[in-house]
Design a protein around this ligand. Structure first.
Ligand code: IFM
Length: 477
């Protein structure tokens, strides 16, 4: 940090009673390989679908790519020092598949693995628990060329890659996430095409979702066999889905979107079955012929924890006849079979992504997963917000982001009070980074990154979060 002794600008924990979190609560921050590492062609790394996509004209804002990003590959030790100064108890990072297994098949790339060995050692040396995500969207390009996630074989390739990483890092890494947000990989990658690889076929999106989950199940089995002490989970991006009115038609729209956004993954992973209403909704898209005997048993291989990424709520309405109200908008084609459902803008405050700020939705989401699906420990593996940041006198006073964190941590605390076994919280993100199709135009970091100089400036929210961690709690309101 530039000046750790300087008090946080806003939202300081004062003398009030703390909202204390349970002892040992795992306070962390998260990043992902392609979003921060850079060094895209170094150390034997080969192309992923995101290299291809971002280098294709018109795919990302400003033609931005992850070629350099935050240059974390070269600045890793100094970034870990920053984490230590913030007092992080854990750091959630992802391994770049094309860095450790170039091309997505065959032997491991020792140089690639060595980077993650050094990262893990550096973290452990600073008393920071490494939390490793195996797949945060960077499929090796040759595997996409062979069919990508809609092809069944990709699931097996993912399990092979998992084994390589488990062999190299399993002695030092306790917490493992197989997939980050498979909804995005499947439905943005193969449905709307807003994400890599940019394909637009509803049936492919559904097949991709299934094979991602199959890969998850196979990876869990591989890890369990070779690293029995590891804590294994998956990270899902979940949303409360609320009907815009109490009409039966809007309730049905909400049911459909809930099935695609949430239950598509929750049910197979935690119950070993697809929801029957989802299958009926998707009848015009796919007959689910890609699901083979035994797949759902593999997909529902028991886990040790569930990771939840929470950002916002969906409010939805039935398709509108005739002229549509201004606040009703048609979502991009990432909802196969339900493209005609309208999403509704409520006029509540939004972040720079135009995502509505809805802290109570976090309690709802955590409570629902716990009540309807599992007694397993839950972790918020991502939560955060993009806002426009301005550097003034070398400081960034990101009051909006700080308020977002504060309100969502109050929700996390409320969820624990209501009996949810929430064991940790990871802010998204440690630092500003490549926000996928938005390039570098959206800043989610607690630490500001000047992409020209690569100077890092902890924002007010970072200093505030450091204090929350130090006190293991928040000031009462
Ligand atoms: O930046 C992403 C991250 O990679 C996955 N979860 C959502 C974040 C914000 O869009």
């Amino acid at each position: 940090m530039s000046d750790p002794s300087r008090p946080p600008a806003v939202g300081v924990l004062d003398q009030g009673t703390d909202l204390a979190f349970p002892p040992g609560f795992l306070w962390g921050a998260a990043t992902a390989a392609y979003q921060i590492e850079g060094a895209a062609t170094e150390g034997g790394r080969t192309r992923s679908i995101w290299d291809t996509f971002s280098h294709t004209e018109g795919r990302t804002v400003g033609g931005h790519t992850g070629d350099v990003a935050c240059d974390h590959f070269h600045r890793m030790p100094e970034d870990v020092r920053l984490m230590a100064e913030l007092g992080l108890k854990s750091y959630r990072f992802s391994v770049s598949w094309p860095r450790v297994q170039p091309g997505g098949s065959g032997a491991a790339n020792a140089e690639g693995l060595d980077f993650y060995r050094r990262l893990v050692d550096e973290l452990l040396g600073h008393g920071i628990e490494p939390w490793l995500t195996l797949y945060h969207w960077d499929l090796p390009q040759p595997l996409e060329d062979a069919g990508g996630w809609p092809a069944r074989d990709t699931a097996g390739r993912f399990a092979d890659y998992t084994q390589l990483v488990a062999d190299a890092l399993g002695d030092r890494v306790r917490y493992w996430t197989t997939l980050n947000e498979p909804w995005c990989s499947a439905f943005l990658g193969y449905g709307s095409g807003a994400h890599a690889p940019g394909r637009t076929d509803g049936a492919d999106a559904v097949r991709a979702g299934h094979h991602l989950m199959l890969g998850h199940g196979l990876a869990v089995q591989a890890l369990r066999a070779s690293r029995p002490a590891a804590q294994l989970g998956i990270t899902l991006n979940l949303y409360p889905v609320t009907p815009a009115s109490d009409s039966a038609a809007d309730a049905n729209a909400a049911r459909r979107i809930d099935a695609l956004a949430n239950r598509f993954f929750l049910d197979p992973v935690l119950r070993g079955s697809y929801p029957t209403d989802l299958q009926a909704d998707l009848a015009s898209v796919t007959d689910f012929g890609h699901v083979r005997d035994g797949d759902l048993e593999t997909i529902s291989t028991p886990l040790d924890l569930v990771g939840i990424n929470y950002y916002s709520r969906h409010v939805v309405a039935a398709p509108v006849e005739g002229e549509q109200p201004e606040e009703y908008w048609r979502a991009p084609t990432c909802w196969p079979g339900s493209e005609d459902v309208r999403f509704v803008t409520r006029g509540v405050p939004v972040t720079d992504m135009d995502w509505e700020i809805d802290a109570p939705g976090l309690v709802e989401t955590l409570d629902r997963v716990h009540r309807e699906y599992t007694d397993l420990p839950l972790y918020v593996t991502e939560n955060g917000s993009a806002f426009v940041d301005v550097v003034v006198d070398g400081q960034v006073d990101d009051a909006d982001r700080l308020a977002y964190f504060d309100s969502h941590l109050r929700s996390a605390h409320a969820a624990i009070g209501a009996g949810v076994p929430l064991r940790g919280y990871f802010a998204w993100s440690l630092m500003d980074n490549f926000e996928w199709a938005w390039g570098y135009t959206k800043r989610f970091g607690m630490v500001y990154v000047d992409y020209d100089s690569q100077i890092r400036i902890p924002k007010a929210s970072a200093r505030w979060y450091a204090e929350v961690i130090r006190r293991n709690g928040l000031a009462a309101e």
